[in-house]
Unconditional design. Structure first.
Length: 315
């Protein structure tokens, strides 16, 4: 096999992203026929069919998905190579840093971290993508080469092929309309990203928790519905940041479940300057008062019940 050139990698990624040769050609400033010819050459070199062709365009095969993920990661490392060589001369980190995060992490965990990162390295341009934490969630964005670092719900070791670490463990709490005399008797409001494997056993053991009768798109919609008196919910602390006065937050006792929140990245990107800088900031916030205020302040804001006020690990 002959090695693929960077331009061939760009073509492979463009076709996978755009779903067709014509759209990929437009993106790359070339013709459909040139892209088609290049893809046939790439497939000969790799010895595999990478795209299904049809009236729908060009759809990646499983081999094509794998090849595109590798291509994105290789191209990213080439860009990092250039950025870090420049930084060694100027002493200033520059360039994009792509972060994928689930909604509550993007809203409440990342802002203080990115503020501190910008103060330390103003040349880093952070791009944040909000990803639903379903299935592989943010980790899939990192594995596919679409993100450099993901903020993910972690229950143990990172997914295969990735590296990472735990940043915090946030407790779950009961949230219900403020002043309601019997909050546990209300209907349950829930959303698809809630209650992953890390809380499933706890949920199954709670005979007072009914099946969800109201489904919402995300945790923000759940809070709004609870505040409107439509039901109660069991939610992690980050989701309760800035909870309105119309809701009350009550802790669930010593056996309450926790959600681990951590970071994931690729082994090669874990050694790069920009990713290491963000990880250092995230870790420092996880040990310090800034993140504690983010996590704990959620329960204290607008709550007349017991606050969600601790973590399993000491800060």
């Amino acid at each position: 096999m002959t090695d693929l050139a960077p331009q061939e990698l760009r073509i492979l990624v463009a076709v996978a992203d755009e779903g067709g040769f014509s759209a990929a050609g437009t993106r790359l400033g070339t013709t459909q026929s040139a892209v088609s010819h290049a893809v046939r050459g790439i497939e000969r070199k790799l010895g595999a069919v990478l795209f299904e062709r049809g009236r729908f365009g060009a759809r990646p095969t499983p081999a094509g998905e794998r090849a595109a993920a590798h291509a994105r990661r290789v191209l990213r490392m080439l860009a990092v190579l250039a950025a870090e060589v420049r930084a060694s001369e100027s002493g200033r980190l520059t360039g994009p840093l792509r972060v994928a995060a689930f909604r509550s992490a993007a809203l409440y965990l990342l802002p203080p971290a990115l503020e501190r990162l910008a103060a330390q390295h103003p040349g880093i341009e952070v791009e944040v993508t909000v990803v639903r934490e379903l299935g592989a969630g943010t980790a899939a964005e990192v594995a596919a080469g679409r993100a450099d670092l993901g903020i993910a719900a972690l229950t143990g070791a990172p997914p295969s092929g990735l590296v990472g670490g735990l940043l915090l463990e946030e407790p779950y709490a009961l949230v219900h309309p403020a002043g309601h005399p019997d909050p546990r008797g209300l209907p349950l409001v829930d959303w698809a990203e809630n209650c992953g494997s890390h809380t499933r056993d706890w949920w199954a053991a709670q005979d007072w928790l009914p099946p969800a009768t109201v489904r919402a798109e995300d945790d923000g919609a759940v809070l709004s519905m609870v505040g409107s008196g439509l039901g109660m919910a069991v939610m992690p602390a980050l989701s309760l940041t800035g909870a309105p006065p119309s809701v009350e937050i009550t802790e669930l006792g010593p056996d309450r479940p926790y959600r681990g929140v951590g970071y994931v990245t690729t082994p090669e990107l874990a050694t790069t300057d920009a990713v290491r800088a963000l990880i250092r900031v995230l870790r420092s916030l996880g040990r310090g008062p800034a993140l504690t205020r983010t996590r704990v302040g959620a329960a204290q804001s607008g709550s007349r019940g017991s606050a969600v006020s601790d973590s399993r690990k000491s800060e």
